[in-house]
Design a protein around this ligand. Structure first.
Ligand code: NAP
Length: 512
């Protein structure tokens, strides 16, 4: 029997990792976790079962909502309202990936009939994606539910058929242990493979996990420095593995001159920005950290007015608070930047900071201005002409989002074309914080926003990160996965001899 602390949570070193409750030491923790995950049997489970298990985990999390929110509030200082919303988001995300698995188009199932008349002759080819194997997930600090133990990386990996070993974030260890227990118990009640979800803690354990020969891919959300170190480790292994890191993102916003032509429009855009960059202490990967504003529009004064309503927020960890003070302090001291707003800082409560600079100064020192300052901080870049704006946009780096505040009917096609080259998601007359879970979502971008610009960590295609293709050539029917069998018994969308075949409940719809 495992000992528990006052909250009923097993302390580190005595946590249950598999079907049996096992006493562990730090020395064998990672080895055991990977071994149990690898032998869990998730990789051979049917898609229908995986979908059912994801829904069972979602139900389990929601059934323990109050307990989990209380634990998270204690460890992260985020409000109960925010955390409640995040629990809902997490359950929605688990159910969404169950839908993705059920629907089956993510498999990219493709069949080519043999054709000996071609040069070279074509044999029968049947291709689809299959699970990679054990996946390591580094939980994020800023989303203790939605990007943590049961967050999008874990949900999409389990959906793909990959067992997961989570490296817990040290910012919410008790929550991480408890939610792992809840997920395992839900899996067990639904007849699922309990060993498919493992949890390890500690920096050394994290590096050991990335280096472990049976780990096949890594998902990470956190700092550029930490992500880069682990990315290098993943690539430096004797057998390198894919590393999907979501790191620092500056999320530029362009406010066109026509968008702020009247005082009411200026006030509206300023209020929107104030709400977005201070939301939950600005601790979002999508926080707008760089805003291009037209000179002489009165935007700074309107923003200062709007910031009077910003709610104070204690930051997630002492480390994040110290990094915020360092980063915002360094920018405030620059000769080429001016502090537009610095809220009153109380003990451990962070206050919003806004600095402004010119487009010319931004271009000259863009490497400094483009460094993410995690927390309630944003940089205004004043531009006097379209040419100045274009030169400033030319030095932007990869970002998760880019936004345009424009007038109704204004032609922003050229601006959008410029920004889509650096950002994974373009937002028009809206703010980037708030990332919908949907089939069409993309939450990615070039370096340094991510380490793998062709992938996303939110939305249906996040599952693609944990899959690898295989082609069966002239295979006997008995060895084929059912998704590739003649007659399409499982009814998955397939490309057959070049045509997309999408079975519906009664008829087959052909999209040539
Ligand atoms: P972090 O310091 O990068 O830590 C994230 C995870 O990576 C933790 O589990 C940490 O483990 C591990 N880690 C970091 N460096 C490592 C290394 N060299 N070797 C092995 N493991 C390592 O991120 P954080 O604590 O969440 O926040 C710090 C900064 O990250 C923030 O100030 C912010 O700039 C950024 N951040 C960005 C996002 C985003 O979505 N873009 C989200 C959150 C944070 P240990 O702590 O156990 O060592």
């Amino acid at each position: 029997m495992t000992n528990t602390d006052a909250s009923g949570i097993a302390p580190r070193g005595e946590r249950a990792l598999g079907d049996d409750r096992v006493g562990l030491t730090a020395a064998n923790e990672v080895e055991l976790a990977v071994t149990l995950a690898a032998s869990s049997g998730l990789d051979v489970a049917t898609r229908a079962d995986r979908g059912r298990w994801l829904r069972a985990i979602a139900d389990g999390v929601e059934a323990h909502r109050d307990e989990l929110v209380a634990l998270a509030a204690e460890e992260t200082h985020l409000s109960a309202a925010r955390l409640n919303g995040e629990v809902t988001r997490t359950a929605t995300q688990l159910r969404f990936f169950a839908d993705v698995v059920d629907e089956g188009s993510y498999l990219e199932a493709t069949i080519d009939s043999p054709d000996p008349s071609l040069v070279p002759p074509r044999p029968e080819l049947r291709r689809m994606l299959r699970p990679l194997g054990v996946v390591a997930v580094f939980a994020a600090s800023n989303f203790p539910f939605a990007f943590s133990v049961l967050g999008g990386d874990t949900a999409s990996a389990l959906a793909a058929g990959c067992p997961v070993v989570v490296k817990a974030h040290p910012g919410h260890p008790r929550l991480s242990r408890r939610i792992t227990e809840i997920a395992r118990s839900a899996l067990s009640s639904a007849g699922g493979p309990v060993g498919a979800l493992q949890l390890v803690e500690g920096m050394e354990q994290g590096t050991e996990l990335v280096a472990h020969p049976r780990v096949t891919a890594v998902g990470f959300t956190g700092s550029t420095r930490g992500g880069r170190a682990l990315f290098d480790l993943a690539n430096g292994r004797p057998a390198p593995i894919p590393f999907y890191g979501e790191l620092g993102s500056i999320n530029p916003v362009v406010v066109t001159r026509a968008a702020v032509a009247t005082p009411a429009e200026v006030a509206g855009v300023a209020a929107g920005l104030a709400g977005s960059f201070t939301r939950d202490g600005g601790q979002y990967c999508t926080k707008p950290g760089l805003v291009f504003v037209p000179e002489g529009a009165g935007f700074e004064a309107a923003l200062v007015d709007a910031l009077g309503a910003a709610a104070p927020q204690r930051l997630l960890t002492d480390g994040i608070a110290a990094a915020f003070d360092r980063g915002s302090g360094a920018l405030a001291e620059r000769d080429d930047a001016e502090v537009v707003f610095a809220g009153e800082r109380a003990a451990d409560i962070a206050a919003p900071v806004v600095v402004a600079t010119t487009a010319g100064a931004f271009v000259a020192a863009h490497e400094t201005f483009l460094e993410e300052c995690f927390g309630p901080h944003t940089v205004l870049v004043r531009y006097g002409s379209d040419e100045q704006l274009a030169a400033a946009l030319d030095v932007l780096e990869g970002s998760l989002t880019a936004s345009i505040q424009h007038a109704p009917g204004e032609d922003v096609a050229a601006l959008a074309d410029r920004l889509v080259r650096v950002a994974g998601r373009l937002v028009f007359n809206g703010w980037p914080t708030g990332v919908a879970i949907a089939w069409g979502q993309h939450h990615g971008g070039g370096w340094p926003a991510t380490t793998a610009s062709v992938h996303t960590s939110v939305g249906a295609t996040a599952i693609r990160r944990w899959l690898t293709p295989a082609t069966w050539q002239d295979a006997p029917a008995a060895v084929l996965p059912p998704e590739l069998a003649d007659g399409n018994p499982l009814g998955v969308p397939r490309r057959e001899d070049g045509a997309l075949v999408v079975p519906s409940s009664s008829v087959e719809r052909r999209v040539e």
